[in-house]
Write a protein that binds this ligand. Structure first.
Ligand code: ASP
Length: 297
């Protein structure tokens, strides 16, 4: 079958100055993942490759350049899920790993667990040969400045404007019909230390099942968790819903039932794509049915 891939760089109000960087980042990530799929590689490798590019790009809230938490530290969450086996690997609240999606992959491949957090996750990274960085290596001057502004203004919502940005994710189906999905985030700006959102939670931040489809979520984690958004949307695909309608329905449920905002990308078993969001923008990229690359916003 023809492979398919969709990547996102978060649902938020992207300021004009950041639009080009978000588009370029999504395009580069898409191309990295697409190279894997074109070469006949597995969906899980394509998703990992795409997310690594997004984590390394400081315009997104994942890996390097993530938001700082209340104590001025970066704490990262990530998940990868494989639709053939329903195996998943996830990490939460890691502070010394540049590419948490790579660590999530090691959890999936080399541990009996699904989710490792904090010090234990970093210990596992060392055992798996993933080098630890210094916590400050993940902090950009602009995120430090944003954090200082938020702190000085008492964390008003105005101070957070244009700061609530850029969780990243990808969903792919490869030429053999295997589906994978992944999500990576620095979480919300000025979150409480130790706060973990939807992103690394199976069924909330991501889900993949070869028998139905795959999904990656972004948005207000506390609301997304309540409706188990990724799994809910994949179950609608299982029931025969078109991906675009399923994505729109999930975002409507997020708003109507738990007053949340966010975005969702979906791929079904035929490689059809859906993308929906209730924020002003969601940076995302995919190929349309004619093979043209669509990059938004
Ligand atoms: N869902 C992420 C979280 O709550 C944030 C986001 O996607 O913008 O941690």
């Amino acid at each position: 079958m023809q492979p398919a891939l969709v990547v996102h760089g978060g649902a938020w109000e992207i300021p004009d100055v950041a639009v080009e960087a978000c588009r370029a980042g999504c395009r580069r990530a898409f191309e990295a993942g697409w190279r894997v799929l074109e070469a006949g590689g597995p969906a899980i490798d394509a998703v990992e490759a795409a997310i690594v590019v997004l984590e390394d790009d400081p315009v997104f809230d994942a890996g390097f350049g993530s938001h700082l938490n209340l104590s001025g530290r970066v704490q990262l969450d990530a998940i990868l899920m494989e639709g053939a086996t329903l195996d998943a690997g996830a990490v939460a609240a890691v502070e010394r790993v540049r590419n948490p999606i790579r660590l999530a992959r090691r959890v999936l491949d080399a541990s009996p667990h699904v989710l490792l957090a904090g010090d234990g996750a970093e210990q596992f990274a060392c055992e798996q040969g993933i080098p630890l960085c210094r916590p400050e290596d993940l902090i950009t001057p602009s995120q430090l400045a944003a954090w200082r502004r938020c702190r000085e203004s008492g964390h008003t919502s105005a101070a957070h404007f244009a700061c609530e940005h850029g969780t990243v994710g990808a969903v792919a189906i490869d030429a053999t019909g295997r589906i994978a999905a992944g999500t990576s985030t620095g979480g919300t700006c000025c979150k409480y230390p130790g706060r973990v959102g939807d992103s690394p939670l199976i069924g909330c931040g991501c889900y993949a099942d070869d028998e139905a489809g795959g999904a990656s979520s972004t948005g207000w984690g506390e609301a997304i968790m309540k409706i188990v958004m990724a799994k809910t949307a994949v179950d609608w695909l299982r029931a025969g819903e078109e991906p675009q309608r399923a994505a729109e329905r999930a975002i409507r449920l997020l708003s109507d039932r738990v007053h949340g905002t966010g975005g969702l990308i979906l791929v079904d078993r035929q490689g059809c794509i859906g993308a929906s969001f209730s924020t002003p923008h969601m940076a995302h990229a995919y190929r349309d049915p004619d093979g043209n690359l669509v990059v938004s916003p």
